[in-house]
Design a protein around this ligand. Sequence first.
Ligand code: F6P
Length: 383
Amino acid sequence: MKRKAQAQRCIGILTAGGDCPGLNAAIRAVAKSALHHDIQVVGFLDGFRGLVENRFITLDDRMVSGILTVGGTILGSSRDKPHKMEMGGTVMDMTDVAIANARRMHLDCLVCLGGNGTQNNAFRLVQKGGINVITLPKTIDNDVAMTDTCFGFDTAKSIATEAIDRLHTTATSHHRIIALELMGHTAGWLALGAGIAGGADVILIPEIPYDIRAIADFLNIRRQSGKRFSIIAVAEGAKACGAVPENGGKKNGNKKASKTADADPAVPGTEHEPVMIREPMVNRIVRELQALTGVEARMTQLGHVQRGGTPTPADRLLCTRLGTTAGELIAARHYNVMVGVKGDACVPVPLKQVAGIIRTVPTDHPWIRAARLVGTCMGDRPD
Ligand code: F6P
């Protein structure tokens, strides 16, 4: 008796959240390894929105050739979440539509490339619709749980390090303090990594609230020792000791600010004055340090430059390893995991152990110890 031919398996790929270098390398790796197993591949456009609106392209071998080194994502990205999606001016829960579309296409698996938000959104599809999902950890913030690192981080770290290198020469020429604001959301990995690699004199990360007076004292001592310039790497999420967020720390926005602990009328955030953080943190740091040290100070925000352009060799390699591991897992029908990095290996981690967790920098992390041991001020007064 002749056996009925089995229907060809099919997977979907989407890229969601803020883009980063390496997305195309990862798309290529997932697609090529799936195609190798005779699994058809489609790519949804613009993140989860493409799944909801049924917009996709076929990713055949031709489509994923020549993209290894290309920045951005050939699929487009968005921060849209299926459960809270703006549709014609109204925010709607489109989860059921996303699930129905994945089912109608008989997707074996949806591969979601993204950061923390994407891990959560993918896990919702598993929980609510029983969709098979595999995720890859993508973010320049490097803050996805259960993985040693995320792709995009190495490239952003290289870009930020080069910026610090360049600031050194101009800061030296003008004997200035220059502060560079780096991305990272609520985690300090990027500022810490680039700060150490670029030899920043001060590194401020959200995990170690800074004391502006401690920084000023450090800079004054540095100057007295004959060093006439200083570079400060500031994570965008850095916060002053005792500072409260603009919404008073309440999730739904109580705008009343509380008082801070220290006392000094000249320095907002260390005095009786309520802290209402409205200007970019790096502006405020520069303004306060100029006042406290008498040294001319400037600031630079590197912004989205950190997310642009071609991935580093390390990210290309990582994306290829993560993506091909995803391909192997799909072939073996091993779903609902994120492919994480553990030492030298790429390993599947249950998605439920990843979703909803942000991996910030532990304050006893070896990078922080190393920074302190080379004399870097971390914004505090260590014992
Ligand atoms: O999550 C990546 C990231 O670049 C963060 O570091 C930053 O806070 C945020 O995205 C910026 O988002 P957007 O590109 O939407 O302005």
